[in-house]
Design a protein around this ligand. Structure first.
Ligand code: SF4
Ligand code: MG
Length: 309
């Protein structure tokens, strides 16, 4: 019988002690295990950065790709083998900086996959420069001066790009993150899980203590769970445009809440046809047999040439 340890590898891990990446790695492994997936049914892809090392530590198929390029490669793999469970992993600099074009346009397709972003507001691997999610005016310890430009909002961008599952969790709340990841993986469509991740080496602002509200007068945790606050981000009737717009609007408003209170949980979820569904409608064979199992060498392509005149 499959055990949690079957999702672990023996690769040496040199993430800094206390890094939030460990919590994300554990949550990914636990989610896959609890969903009763077999390692051969899963592929984990990554970009470049500290988070990029994740596929080395998860015992599934995996590919450590290029900076900002994880989504096109994950897309190709999912299209070639639509029976795979595809998990893309990346960082905030990687995915929301150089990879931002892919982030937006992959969301538009609604391919059935999960994108997990280690969001620590810095470029950790290259010594802590401001990443696209660092708010304006903040200065982490390796920056010579405060950030001059405003940070971007990945949740709002994902909602407006077409992701059909948009959530945020916290690397040090592994139980919450694991449940969010399970919901994201089970969701049929493109899922973004933005994970607030502590980087104790370079981000000395958004620390474990900061998230716990140690600097606040009432010392109460900043993070609160949407599901415990009566928030429901799930669209019940995808054909009801009023409901869809209302759920999108409330998710956008929530996504800008950042300060003494920071929400985590599922901001927006809707069931819509996936890219694979749409491809299958156009090419019925795609629905029946994954591309990797189709004979692409001996097929008759003459109808295609005839159609082109
Ligand atoms: Fe983690 Fe930051 Fe160290 Fe990278 S630099 S391993 S994100 S603590
Ligand atoms: Mg980062």
């Amino acid at each position: 019988m499959l055990e949690l340890k079957d999702f672990r590898t023996k690769q040496h891990n040199d993430w800094c002690p206390g890094c939030g990446d460990f919590g994300i790695l554990n949550a990914v492994q636990m989610a896959l295990f609890e969903l009763k997936l077999e390692p051969y049914q899963v592929a984990v892809f990554s970009g470049i950065g500290c988070s990029g090392k994740t596929p080395h530590f998860v015992n599934t198929y995996g590919f450590h790709t290029l900076h900002g390029r994880v989504l096109p490669i994950a897309t190709g793999a999912k299209l070639a083998n639509n029976s795979l469970t595809v998990v893309a992993v990346g960082g905030d600099g990687d995915g929301y900086g150089i990879g931002a074009g892919h982030f937006v346009n992959t969301g538009r397709r609604n391919l059935d996959f999960t994108y997990v972003v280690h969001d620590n507001q810095v470029y950790g691997l290259t010594k802590g420069q401001a990443s696209p999610t660092l708010p304006k005016g903040l200065r982490t310890k390796s920056m010579p001066a405060p950030a001059m430009i405003e940070g971007m909002n990945p949740l709002a961008t994902a909602i407006s790009s077409g992701y059909t599952f948009v959530a945020r969790s916290y690397a040090l709340d592994v139980r919450h993150l694991k449940e969010i990841l399970k919901a994201a993986i089970v969701h049929k469509g493109s899922a973004l899980v933005d994970v607030l991740q502590t980087c104790p080496t370079y981000n000395d602002i958004n620390t474990k203590e900061w998230y716990a509200g140690a600097d606040l007068q009432n010392k109460t945790p900043r993070l609160y769970k949407l599901e415990e606050a009566g928030y429901d981000g799930t669209v019940k009737d995808p054909n009801d445009s009023n409901e869809v717009n209302q759920k999108k609007a409330q998710a956008l408003v929530k996504s800008f809440e950042w300060g003494e209170k920071v929400p985590i949980g599922i901001f927006y979820r809707i069931q819509e046809p996936t890219f694979e569904d749409m491809l299958g409608n156009r090419m019925p064979a795609y629905k029946e047999v994954p591309l990797v199992k189709q004979d692409i060498f001996t097929r008759d392509v003459s109808p295609l040439f005839q159609a082109l005149g």
